[in-house]
Ligand binder design. Structure first.
Ligand code: WTA
Length: 630
């Protein structure tokens, strides 16, 4: 059984050991899993390359650890409890035994369609159980899954399919999200029309009674999966074989495919799940994320199943049919651990206490937060109104690249201070650096957050472009993994993550590169140049503010709406700018670089201290932009 820390003293000792003897510590954790062959070495690493190998030489299949090994002890326990978008529809429960059978059937179907070990399979699906099943089916046969959030546009989907040279897309016909009925397969058809030459088949799960367009590459899930055997031998994987690719935004225009491998990811997600959530047998655990993001991968699917938990999966949105839906589900399924994003907390807080107050939330033992900094007001509301001041809050800091939770309070074990992610997980060695790469020591200080030693679930590369991985994360500071976040350390050593220091925005907990949005805006025929920055937004955390220079041939609301439509077409509605200001120029340095610092301040309505603008190429533009700001 995975080790579960039980007291403050235990945490301190465990942490100390994980630093003094990382290999011994992680080997002990790894011993609790099913391996077909044990490792030759626990860790080989060199951050300069980077070259990181955990449990080298070991053989395993992660689904044997998620499913098969639980059958003897908890075969009839619910593994996935699925709550539909429409509360009147039927809840679906999959026991571990049923889930294993469903995964094997799907795995056999994929094999019959020619999917083999190492092939990439892209997902574009709503939050239906078949998504989790098919993800695990890929892992069963050693295919590499790459889940694309089903809110991305056809262009964004095609870009990811082509970057991964995927052989198959798995999608649904429609997505039921709140009151919306979204034609998902149609987006896949559009992506195909843009050119996805590597795709051989599209496996379509039926989620509605409506007809859809059909091509000779399309295969219905129900035709392909139904007749398959419920047994499928697990492909034996190397610990360092690819498990999945997940695309995420960075500071350049092109999203990168973060690569995670089998062995280390397994050990780390299970360990962090058991410890951060203090999951006990019989608990009902619910993470509200979408499997299109890393949180859904690690803490709806892999972590909970590895730990033998009951994991709730929800198809819908927090406000449908009304703003009480989350709390209604908590009551209905007697949820014990609840994990969501600050943006959802803020949105629900704004709807008033009467919604949560209608429901019995007494089974809740723990509340989690992830994806962006949680402000004090939201933290306090979460604590009082949802947790009744008896459920510890864990503010978990981590990233797509880290694979699992890195810094978090341990509920009931370490204290929780509002807005602080607090203390590192065992095995995690965070440091703060100044801009020159010097260690910032002592407490009550701020710096750039780096990690100085490998942990098992860290990214290994960016798909197809190892150099990009090296440059983005490992070359900024020598022998360090650079997170891209700024942080502060308080007088007792707790860490508070303040936010990104690079050109990445965090909009409703979604990572979005400013360059990515600019590229999309520039696709509009009348736009000459644009600059995008994030600004503080009450509900979303950050909103998107775009400054655009146009050719003057068009203006007004029409232009603004067209630009929004272009961004929706190029990336998806989540990247739509909240504010678009047409300007005649952008503040630039003499070398032609856009001074984003000034634009960020103007967007934040903080123009009292813009610094010296006289060295700009065009200082007069600043006043004009301030005057016209929204
Ligand atoms: C931010 C999500 C403050 C941070 C798991 C990070 C946070 C980025 C927190 C990663 C937190 C995540 N407090 N900021 N508790 N958690 N972030 O890859 O800027 O979607 O770098 O992973 O979200 O976002 P990603």
């Amino acid at each position: 059984m995975t080790y579960q820390i039980s007291s403050l003293e235990d945490y301190k000792q465990t942490y100390q050991r994980s630093i003094d003897d990382p290999e011994g510590f992680w080997a002990d954790q790894a011993e609790t899993f099913t391996w077909r062959k044990k490792w030759d070495s626990v860790l080989e690493w060199d951050f300069r390359e980077p070259n990181i190998k955990w449990f080298s030489g070991a053989k395993l299949n992660i689904t044997e650890n998620c499913l098969d090994r639980h059958i003897a002890t908890r075969g009839d326990q619910v593994a996935i409890l699925w709550e539909p978008n429409n509360p009147a529809d039927e809840v679906q429960k999959f026991t571990y035994r049923e889930l294993l059978a469903a995964v094997c059937k799907c795995a056999n179907a994929l094999k019959a369609l020619g999917i083999e070990k190492g092939d990439r399979v892209v997902f574009y699906m709503p939050m239906v159980p078949e998504l989790a099943i098919a993800v695990l089916a890929c892992a069963r046969i050693g295919a590499v899954h790459s889940v694309v959030f089903a809110g991305f546009s056809a262009q964004a989907l095609a870009d990811r399919v082509n970057d991964a040279s995927a052989k198959m897309i798995i999608c649904s016909d429609f997505n039921n999200r709140g009151s919306k009925h979204i034609p998902v397969k149609k987006v896949v058809d559009e992506a195909m029309a843009k050119g996805c030459p590597s795709i051989e088949n599209i496996l379509v799960h039926k989620n509605s009674n409506e007809d859809i367009e059909w091509s000779d590459k399309d295969v219905w899930w129900h035709d392909q999966v139904a007749g398959q055997s419920e047994e499928c031998p697990a492909e034996i994987m190397d610990a360092e074989d690819l498990l999945f690719i997940l695309y995420t935004s960075g500071s350049t225009g092109k999203p990168k495919g973060v690569v995670h491998t089998c062995g280390g990811y397994m050990v780390y997600t299970c360990f962090t799940f058991k410890n951060a959530f203090q999951y006990k047998d019989g608990d009902i655990y619910w993470c509200t994320a979408d499997i299109g993001w890393i949180t859904g991968h690690s803490y709806i699917v892999y972590g909970p199943l590895l730990a033998g938990a009951t994991s709730v999966m929800f198809e819908g949105v927090p406000t449908y049919p009304d703003a009480g839906r989350f709390w209604e589900i908590c009551e209905k399924h007697q949820v014990n651990q609840f994990y969501t994003a600050p943006t959802a907390i803020r949105a629900l807080m704004a709807r008033g206490d009467e919604w949560p107050n209608k429901y019995d939330l007494s089974p809740l033992k723990l509340l989690g937060s992830v994806g962006e900094p949680i402000n004090e007001e939201a933290w306090n509301w979460y604590n009082k109104t949802i947790g009744k001041e008896k459920s510890p809050i864990i503010d978990t800091w981590w990233q797509t690249e880290t694979g699992g939770i890195m810094i978090t309070p341990l509920p009931g074990i370490t204290d929780a201070k509002p807005t602080y992610a607090s203390y590192p997980m065992p095995g995690v060695q965070p440091v703060l650096l100044d801009a020159d790469g010097n260690l910032v020591e002592g407490n009550n200080v701020e710096g750039l957050l780096c990690i100085k030693f490998p942990w098992p679930a860290m990214l290994r590369t960016t798909y197809g472009d190892h150099e990009r991985c090296r440059q983005t994360y490992f070359s900024v500071f020598k022998d360090m993994y650079f997170t891209g976040d700024g942080a502060r350390r308080d007088e007792e050593g707790r860490i508070r993550v303040i936010g990104r220091v690079d050109d990445v925005m965090n909009v409703s907990g979604h990572r979005m590169g400013t360059a990515e949005v600019e590229n999309a805006i520039n696709e509009h025929e009348n736009v000459i140049e644009s600059a995008v920055v994030g600004y503080p937004h009450e509900i979303k955390g950050q909103g998107i503010y775009a400054y655009v220079i146009t050719d003057g041939s068009k203006g007004g609301e029409d232009l603004i709406n067209e630009i929004r439509a272009v961004v929706t077409r190029e990336i998806g509605p989540i990247a739509k700018p909240d504010k678009i200001q047409v300007v005649s120029g952008l503040p630039k340095t003499r070398s032609g670089k856009i001074m984003r610092r000034i634009l960020r301040k103007i967007a934040a309505k903080d123009t009292s201290n813009l610094g010296d603008v006289s060295t700009l190429l065009n200082p007069e533009i600043v006043e004009e932009i301030i005057k016209g700001s929204l």
